[in-house]
Design a protein around this ligand. Sequence first.
Ligand SMILES: C[S@@+](CC[C@H](N)C(=O)[O-])C[C@H]1O[C@@H](n2cnc3c(N)ncnc32)[C@H](O)[C@@H]1O
Length: 265
Amino acid sequence: MPAPLLAPARQRRWPPIVIALLAQLIGAALTVGVAYVLAPMDVVLRPIVAALLTGVFAAVLGTLAGLDRWWIGIQLLFVPGALLASSAALPRWVWITLFAVLAVTYWSTFRSQVPLYLSSTKVRAALVPLLPPGPFTFMDVGSGLGGVLTDLSTQRVDGEYHGIETAPVPWVISWLRIRLGRRANCHAHWGSLWDCDLSRYDVVFAYLSPVPMAALWDKVQREMKPGSRFISNTFAVMSAPPDQVVPVDDLHKSTLFVWLHHRAQ
Ligand SMILES: C[S@@+](CC[C@H](N)C(=O)[O-])C[C@H]1O[C@@H](n2cnc3c(N)ncnc32)[C@H](O)[C@@H]1O
């Protein structure tokens, strides 16, 4: 992958959302410039073309500014999506409800830069052989909708499964899922993983984003007990080579990174 022309977004002082918005604004200005240049030739940009052009400019600018890959699709589709949505004549309460649901679902994403996406079924299956023999305690830091907990708890009934989730709606869904499924060995906690004491668990699982991995690794080293294991879906720790790497043949070509018997590096 070519090196970004500007410093990567996460090393800059501005959060990615600010860079993304700036790229959109500059993209819109460039589109106005293109429309201005084309006007004497009697070429008028249709709104959807102008929106797509703005998306392309914003995506290119975002790439140059070193935004992570998953931002680029958002950059590309944001203005065309907004245009299409605004042309659908929906009542105002639909938009307000939609905004409220998204706000409580993605509660902490702005600050944590960890959105909600779920481990695939194949990842959950690949976790089973990585669990230790005998009774154990398991913690999913950032447990989303609780699917990892409920799946594993049926595969390995001798485990005690905990998840901590900061966003209210996913947490409520996971809590209900556990309650309604009568899963006595699963527990969903509402709170921040940074307030969670990892020394109580034999296995800690994370599927977050590249952003918190260095700080999480520090926490793992400080708190996890000898003999325990830390497993990360997809996101490695730059400073610490894993003890085991498990490729998973799912849609995203996920990888599980496993650190055994954590120790000071
Ligand atoms: C990528 S999802 C993973 C969900 C689930 N663990 C899985 O593998 O399917 C990450 C989740 O972490 C949550 N999260 C982000 N920062 C957190 C924090 N500081 N404390 C607890 N949860 C957090 C997000 O709200 C999101 O639901």
